[in-house]
Design a protein. Structure first.
Length: 286
C-alpha cells in the first residue's frame, strides 16, 4: 500500500470557501457587538438609576412627600390602574385628535401659501407672529365659550401643532426642484399632479420634522390644559393626587404620561423610517 494515498489532498475550492467564511466572521461579530452595545449600555444605566432611586427612597434620604421608590410606584400603578387607565384614555384622545387636526390644517394652509403668493405675503407673517401667543393662557376664556370638556383642550392642541407643521411644510414644499417641476409643466402636468409628484415628496423630511416636534408636544399640551381646568385626564389626576399627598400614585401617573409621550414619538419615528427608505442605510456615529 502506497504511503502517499494516506495523505489527505487539499481541495483549493474548499480552502477558498473556508477562508472567505473566516474573513466574513469578523465583521459580522463586530456588527453583533455594536448592536448589543446599543441595547446593553442604556439598559445597564437604567438598572443603576433604578437601584440608586430605590435605595434613596427606602433609606428616606429624601422626604417621602417628594420622592417615592420604584417599587412603591409600581404597586400604586397596579392598585390604581383602572382609574389611571380611564383618565389616560381622555388625555390620549384629546392629544391625538388635536395632533391630527392641527397637522392636517397646517399642511393644507401651507399648500395654499405655496400656490398663492398674495395669500402667503398677507397671512404668513401673521401666522409667524401668532405662534408667540401663549394660547394656554386663554383656556379660561375657551372654557366660557366651549365648556369644561374636551373641546377647549382639543382646540389648544390643534393650535399648538398647527404652527410647526405650517412653517416646516412651507419650507419643504418650496424646496422642490424647480427644474423637475418646469419639465412636468412642459409635458402638460397639472398643478395637482406637480404637487403630488414633486412638491410633496420633496417635503417629506420637513413634514416629519414637524410631526416629531408636535408628537410629544401634543401630550404635554393636553396635560397642561388638564392641570388648569378639567375634571378628567392624567393632568387632572396628577393635580388631584398631589393635593391629597398621594406621592406614589402621582409618580405613577406622571411616568405613565411620559411613557405615552415617548410611545407617540416612537410611532412617528417608525413611520418616518418606513416612508424614507433612503435613510435606512445611514449608520449612526454612536
Amino acid at each position: 500500500m502506497s504511503t502517499t494515498s494516506a495523505i489527505p489532498q487539499n481541495n483549493p475550492v474548499k480552502l477558498k470557501d473556508d477562508m472567505r467564511q473566516q474573513t466574513d466572521y469578523g465583521p459580522k461579530m463586530f456588527e453583533l457587538l455594536q448592536s448589543w452595545r446599543k441595547v446593553l449600555l442604556p439598559s445597564l444605566l437604567l438598572v443603576v438609576i433604578l437601584a440608586i432611586w430605590e435605595y434613596v427612597a427606602d433609606k428616606e434620604l429624601m422626604s417621602r412627600l417628594v420622592l417615592a421608590g420604584p417599587s412603591q410606584i409600581v404597586a400604586a400603578l397596579i392598585d390604581q390602574w383602572p382609574v389611571i387607565l380611564d383618565n389616560a384614555g381622555v388625555t390620549v384622545a384629546q392629544a391625538l385628535i388635536g395632533f391630527v387636526a392641527g397637522n392636517a390644517l397646517g399642511l393644507l394652509v401651507a399648500i395654499v401659501f405655496v400656490h398663492s403668493a398674495i395669500i402667503r405675503r398677507t397671512l404668513y407673517p401673521l401666522s409667524i407672529g401668532a405662534e408667540a401667543i401663549p394660547f394656554i393662557a386663554i383656556i379660561p376664556v375657551l372654557i366660557l365659550w366651549l365648556g369644561n370638556g374636551m373641546a377647549p383642550k382639543i382646540f389648544i392642541i390643534t393650535i399648538h401643532t398647527f404652527f410647526p407643521m405650517l412653517i416646516n411644510a412651507v419650507r419643504g414644499l418650496k424646496s422642490a426642484d424647480n427644474d423637475v417641476s418646469e419639465m412636468l409643466y412642459t409635458f402638460g402636468a397639472s398643478t395637482r399632479q406637480r404637487l403630488f409628484m414633486v412638491r410633496l415628496p420633496a417635503s417629506v423630511p420637513f413634514l416629519f420634522n414637524a410631526l416629531k416636534l408636535s408628537a410629544c408636544g401634543s401630550i404635554v399640551t393636553s396635560l397642561v390644559a388638564e392641570w388648569l381646568a378639567s375634571e378628567r385626564g392624567l393632568g387632572y389626576l396628577i393635580v388631584d393626587y398631589g393635593q391629597d399627598y398621594k406621592i406614589p400614585e402621582l409618580w405613577a401617573t406622571a411616568l405613565l404620561a411620559s411613557a405615552i409621550s415617548m410611545a407617540v414619538y416612537g410611532l412617528v419615528v417608525w413611520a418616518e423610517y418606513l416612508c424614507t427608505p433612503w435613510k435606512r442605510n445611514r449608520h449612526s456615529s454612536f
